[in-house]
Design a protein around this ligand. Structure first.
Ligand SMILES: Cc1ncc(COP(=O)(O)O)c(C=O)c1O
Length: 322
């Protein structure tokens, strides 16, 4: 794999790879669960996007950008990490958020504001046109905005997860570990594309399970197919690893917390003292729990924690009062 993409150092790496003996015992499904702690990437409470942003921000600096502009849901972890990355390298930051000011103002929205990002509320519409307007108005002021699409899911961003796979492979080899399956949350597809390229590069023999948090399988396959091909081409990897995508855990929709997420969040918190989030990793862990109980996972399974925990503080009602 080509490993020379320009990067800025944003994340604390390598993130820990840990066994979850008490969670595995709680689950009681004859699987040994491990966790990769990308919730601990550091900057402004961490998460998976710092790995992507390390390469995207390097590209922005190379292009002499003055501002980062990106978009997401109101409680977007990607937006919060972009705001932190911009602060770290001295760029301006504009976030185009779905929803209204004042709706769930805690969690990531609070952090976006503390980090100095300018927030643009787009209502319930597609945020694309609002993002284009922000880019145009910055250009009209003589600034040079660098637009990062939803989730930072471009080939340059996804490369961060191909490199993350190499990091995990080294840790596993050092400890003489082999994983039969890796389970993770998937949404805008960059994490998935990067892992698929990394696993393909290493000719890993296991199963990659992506738990969709918002899209049905055909839509996610459409998004990730092209992104995976382009990431593989960028990094010179001939055969990406196949990914089994699950859309059985969408519940009442994106960001809607149900009993499976509540069980997963409490199960891991009370057995290991580790927190997952209500939108992404809580849903992915609920998927892992169900797959393990149904006998669809076996042996040693790695749950790749992709962060998101600040959103817990915007979901108090859904987590405690239902
Ligand atoms: C905590 C968390 N996990 C997983 C994901 C999904 O990653 P991707 O958008 O690369 O599919 C996100 C994306 O926003 C996230 O915030």
């Amino acid at each position: 794999m080509r490993t020379d993409l320009p990067a800025v150092s944003l994340a604390l790496l390598p993130t820990p790879l840990q066994a979850l003996p008490r969670f595995s015992a709680w689950l009681a499904a004859d699987v040994e669960i491990w966790i990769k702690r990308d919730d601990l990437t550091g900057l402004a409470l961490g998460g998976n996007k710092l790995r992507k942003l390390s390469y995207l921000v390097a590209d922005a600096l190379q292009q002499q950008a003055t501002d980062l502009v990106t978009t997401g849901a109101a409680q977007s972890n990607h937006c919060r990490q972009t705001a932190a990355a911009a602060a770290r390298v001295g760029l301006g930051c504009h976030l185009v958020l779905r929803g209204q000011a004042g709706e769930r103002p805690g969690g990531n929205v609070l952090l976006d504001r503390l980090l100095g990002a300018e927030l643009h509320w787009a209502g319930s519409n597609d945020t694309g046109p609002a993002m284009a307007r922000v880019v145009q108005s910055l250009q009209a002021e003589g600034r040079k905005p660098y637009a990062i699409p939803l989730g930072g899911s471009t080939p340059i961003g996804a490369a961060g997860y191909a490199y993350a796979w190499l990091e995990m492979s080294v840790q596993a080899r050092e400890r003489d570990l082999e994983f039969d399956a890796v389970v993770f949350a998937t949404s805008s597809g960059g994490t998935q594309a990067g892992m698929s390229v990394g696993a393909g590069d290493q000719a890993w023999p296991g199963e990659l399970h992506g738990i969709s948090v918002d899209h049905k399988v055909p839509h996610l396959q459409q998004i990730t197919g092209e992104l995976t091909r382009a990431t593989a081409a960028l990094l010179d990897v001939p055969s990406p690893h196949p990914v089994i995508i699950h859309d059985d855990y969408l519940g009442a929709g994106y960001g809607m917390v149900g009993d499976p997420e509540r069980e997963a969040i409490r199960g891991l918190a009370r057995s290991e003292g580790i927190l997952v989030d209500p939108v992404y990793t809580g849903r992915a862990l609920a998927g892992l729990i169900d797959l393990a109980r149904r006998g669809a996972l076996h042996g040693r399974v790695l749950f790749w924690h992709t962060g998101g925990t600040p959103a817990l503080f915007a979901y108090e009602h859904d987590l405690l009062h239902t």
